[in-house]
Design a protein around this ligand. Structure first.
Ligand SMILES: [Zn+2]
Length: 144
């Protein structure tokens, strides 16, 4: 059984960090869209339908994940709630193992996988995504 949130602060964090369309994600999408890039959002991972990719460039096979610092174990901001510490440790370890597995799965299928932490600036994230898109387009042009 998952523990219940032990305080209003923990409850707020839990709901905030499971939500989609975080401020960072919306900002990144706005910048990408503004620079003329088109993509799909919240797309099931091919072959892993219960997992989703945050931003997908399908034809170019680029998958972008914006990982929440808490849920995905960011080395700078990872914290473990003190109550039910063991349950949380196991839960967060599973999330991280799952992330690695998803990345490996997509990688094997020929995808470029980009993962960012939620603390990274939207400008920087969008810049790196746009670079990857440009590189992938150039590679396609060269091979066709
Ligand atoms: Zn972080």
């Amino acid at each position: 059984m998952p523990p219940t949130a032990s305080s209003p602060a923990v409850a707020a964090r839990m709901s905030r960090q499971t939500s989609r369309d975080t401020a960072q994600e919306l900002a990144v999408r706005r910048i990408l869209h503004g620079s003329g890039l088109r993509y799909r959002v919240h797309v099931p991972v091919p072959g892993m339908p219960r997992r989703t990719v945050d931003i997908v460039f399908g034809k170019l096979k680029i998958a972008v994940f914006l990982d929440g610092c808490f849920w995905h174990g960011c080395p700078q901001h990872a914290t473990s709630p003190r109550s039910n510490a063991e349950w949380w440790r196991a839960k967060l370890d599973r999330n991280m193992a799952r992330d690695l597995e998803t990345t490996a799965h997509l990688d094997t299928a020929g995808w470029t996988v980009l993962r960012f932490w939620e603390h990274e600036s939207p400008e920087e994230v969008a810049h790196r995504v746009a670079d990857a898109v440009a590189a992938r387009r150039a590679a396609r042009a060269a091979s066709s």
